[in-house]
Design a protein around this ligand. Structure first.
Ligand code: C2E
Ligand code: MG
Ligand code: MG
Ligand code: MG
Length: 276
């Protein structure tokens, strides 16, 4: 660890050390400066039909390109932004960029943007959403808001109220990291969700009898509710094969396409490149 603090150079070759370094040292002020210098940008990753490769939507993922240290993961700076009261500014940068880019894509491709629970609960999101939709002219039905199902653990009532306001604007609601929180099934009764994303931790455990039973059950559930299911974190051909055999329709992962800093990503066609 001593070698990391010397100049930060060693950390660049060791991602785990780099994360530990930032977990301690990313200060709120550094993040304010990053926002001011416009170092925050957006990477895009496709979510595709696993049988045909057709792109259903594209997820916008925040990226911080630090002049000395390169890409820093949102897993680290989202927390800094939340702590420093900067989550609204981060959310605004990402949402505006994503909507501006998505308006250039085919109408059939939806754009999904992640929303932090803190930003949802602040109650300021609906106004921002309305103004960005108006400014960019993106039809609300082409925008999906991904919110972690863990939001219900701490803020159930407020979260439901805010989500209802958002879905009244005509945008879609997607529950992210599904399966990692508690009793999220009951919330499905209260809000209209458009889709669920089953957390990558499930896929990582395949093959496994229990995990297989869980994914099959969630597949049935989403089919009966007439909402879509996305399997997150597809990295290996065996995972893709299992998902196809078990009727999981949509997926996302390095095997299908890595997140890329390409504003044209919504135009890509995976139909010829998806592994068969
Ligand atoms: P998430 O919304 O669950 O996003 C999926 C994460 O998995 C992304 O990490 C993505 O790069 C990564 N991923 C995709 N396919 C694979 C794969 O095959 N293997 C592996 N190992 N990873 C894969 P990323 O971009 O580092 O984002 C981490 C989390 O940070 C996101 O998880 C989301 O919760 C949050 N986040 C990202 N962008 C934003 C943002 O603009 N606003 C807010 N509030 N949170 C964001
Ligand atoms: Mg997400
Ligand atoms: Mg996710
Ligand atoms: Mg996840």
């Amino acid at each position: 660890k001593a070698k990391v603090s010397s100049k930060g150079n060693a950390a660049r070759f060791e991602p785990h050390l780099e994360e530990a370094y930032f977990a301690r040292l990313v200060q709120e002020q550094e993040f304010v400066d990053a926002l001011d210098r416009q170092e925050i940008t957006v990477a895009y990753q496709p979510i595709a039909d696993l049988m045909t490769g057709q792109v259903l939507c594209v997820e916008a993922l925040a990226r911080w390109y630090h002049p000395q240290r390169g890409a820093i993961s949102p897993a680290i700076f989202v927390e800094t932004a939340e702590r420093g009261g900067l989550i609204d500014r981060l959310g605004e940068v990402v949402l505006r960029r994503a909507c501006m880019d998505a308006i250039q894509w085919p109408e059939t491709v939806q754009i999904n943007v992640n929303l932090s629970p803190k930003q949802l609960i602040s109650g300021r999101f609906p106004a921002l959403l309305a103004s960005i939709l108006q400014e960019t002219r993106l039809p609300p039905s082409r925008l999906g808001i991904e919110i972690t199902e863990n939001v219900f653990i701490d803020f159930a009532e407020d979260a439901i109220r805010q989500l209802l306001t958002i879905s009244n604007c005509g945008v879609k609601i997607i529950l992210d990291d599904f399966g990692t929180g508690y009793s999220s099934l009951s919330y499905l009764r209260m809000i209209e969700v458009d889709g669920l994303k089953i957390d990558a931790s499930f896929l990582r455990q395949l093959p496994d009898r229990k995990v297989e039973a869980i994914i099959r059950t969630v597949t049935r559930l989403t089919a009966d509710l007439n909402i879509y299911l996305v399997a997150e974190g597809i990295e290996r051909p065996e995972q893709l094969e299992w998902l196809r055999e078990n009727g999981v329709q949509f997926g996302q992962g390095f095997l299908l396409g890595r997140p890329r800093l390409d504003p044209q990503l919504g135009r890509i066609d995976l139909r010829s490149s998806i592994p068969s």
